[in-house]
Design a protein around this ligand. Structure first.
Ligand code: NAD
Ligand code: ZN
Length: 392
């Protein structure tokens, strides 16, 4: 089959690879009808995530049609249309029973290596390094779905792929980010980033009762989307000091909740801290660039809540933990417990409360993947979200 494969920093290729096979009774194989490129894929593309190997199949936002079902899988049948969450979860371990699916104890075969770095291993992820399981991803014509009896939602015919594909990741991720922000009715919520995850965090903040949403980025079309679709007020960090502007907008108090939808590859227009972070990351003195996290700790109102859906990988430097402690802030984070949100968010799509396809700017066949990775990374050609149709 054809698939998008990682071959090193900035090097994604449209390759021929072996077809996936059923390896366990609970597996299913799907023929992929739509898949997307995520901001998390950029951490692989830009070489930040360790333990990638040349030839690894990328992709973790995927849906398709079931073409084969393992003998122990009673949930799915051939022909079902399914969306696949980006994390792999057994459904039975201590963590899955608590619905903490992104922390599944059984889905990462390389858990020992991950535990060395983090103390414990999170769940395995599709197409996201050997440290997180070494699973082939879904930017491919076919995908093997382990624990497919837990990790899939059957979607009805008649609802286009583009409206349900993002249940695999960015819609639940934005929603959990808003839940983690502990929004009380009427609260002011500030969202760093106006990428796809941020766009869904903005939508979800309103659903959960925000009174005001302020979004921060420096890419004009992303800010425009946050204003038009997200009904957010915006700050372009090239034009204003974010702290000063937020204090002006909130009477000096700061936003009640702050969401970091940027993560480890933050840039702040050449600010000294950001340049130092890049130098340190290049010299392996620190692995991440936490300029947004620093800014958020300074901006959040005293006693407020910080929610971090943005991905961090290793060690961060110069986090103002004294401010965090003395301002009595709370921080919640995590890879999304995607499985938890599949049914309730599908319901919101079906009822017409939201049409997640608003975020899509680029549609193409899988063979155009290598150029689209570049366009998405460089924010070229107005690129906000790419959807590819491998068997289209
Ligand atoms: P993206 O790269 O398209 O968006 C990031 C946005 O942040 C860009 O628009 C960029 O211009 C902006 N930005 C950079 N520096 C900034 C700064 N200093 N202040 C404000 N904005 C800044 O990515 P995305 O797909 O929207 O994903 C965002 C983050 O969420 C990534 O780190 C991704 O890995 C993470 N993510 C996490 C989960 C999860 O389960 N927690 C799931 C999906 C994605
Ligand atoms: Zn993703």
């Amino acid at each position: 089959m054809k698939a998008l494969c990682w071959h090193g920093k900035g090097d994604v290729r449209y390759d021929t690879v072996p077809d996936p096979k059923i390896e366990d009774g609970r597996d299913a194989i799907i023929k992929v009808t739509a898949c997307a490129i995520c901001g998390s894929d950029l951490h692989l593309y830009d070489g930040y995530m360790p333990t990638m190997e040349s030839g690894d199949v990328l992709g973790h936002e995927t849906m398709g049609e079931v073409v084969e079902v393992g003998s122990a899988n009673a949930k799915l049948k051939v022909g079902d249309r399914v969306v696949i969450p980006f994390n792999i979860a057994c459904g039975e371990c201590f963590f899955c029973k608590k619905q903490l699916y992104s922390l599944c104890d059984r889905s990462n075969p390389n858990a020992a290596a991950a535990a060395k770095l983090m103390g414990h291993s999170p769940a395995g992820l599709f197409g996201y390094s050997h440290l997180l399981g070494g699973y082939a991803g879904g930017q491919a014509e076919y995908l093997r779905v382990p624990y497919a009896d837990v990790g899939s939602i059957v979607v009805p015919d008649g609802i286009p792929d583009e409206q349900v594909l993002f249940l695999s990741d960015i819609f639940p991720t934005g929603y959990m980010a808003a839940e983690n922000a502990d929004i009380q009715p009427g609260d002011t919520v500030a969202v760093w980033g106006c990428g796809p995850v941020a766009q869904f965090a903005i939508q979800s903040a309103w659903m959960l009762g925000a009174g005001r949403v302020i979004a921060i980025d420096n890419i004009p079309e992303r800010l425009a989307m946050a204003e038009s679709h997200g009904k957010a007020e915006t700050i372009n960090f090239d034009d204003a000091d974010v702290y000063d502007r937020l204090m002006e907008m909130t009477g000096g108090r700061g936003p009640d909740s702050c969401i970091d939808a940027v993560g480890t590859e933050a840039h702040t227009g050449g600010a000294i801290g950001s340049v130092l972070d890049k130098v340190k990351a290049a010299a392996y003195l620190a692995t991440d660039r936490p300029s947004v996290l620093r800014e958020i700790i300074m901006c959040c109102r005293k006693g407020g809540t910080i929610s971090v859906p943005g991905v961090y990988i290793g060690v961060v430097d110069k986090l103002p933990f004294g401010a965090f402690m003395n301002k009595a802030l709370t921080m919640r984070t995590g890879q999304t417990h995607t499985h938890r949100y599949l049914a309730p968010l599908l319901q919101k799509v079906q009822s017409g409360e939201i049409d997640p396809s608003f975020v899509i700017t680029h549609r193409a066949g899988l063979e155009q993947g290598p150029e689209l990775y570049e366009a998405f990374r460089d924010k070229k050609d107005g690129c906000i979200k790419v959807v590819m149709t491998p068997n289209g």
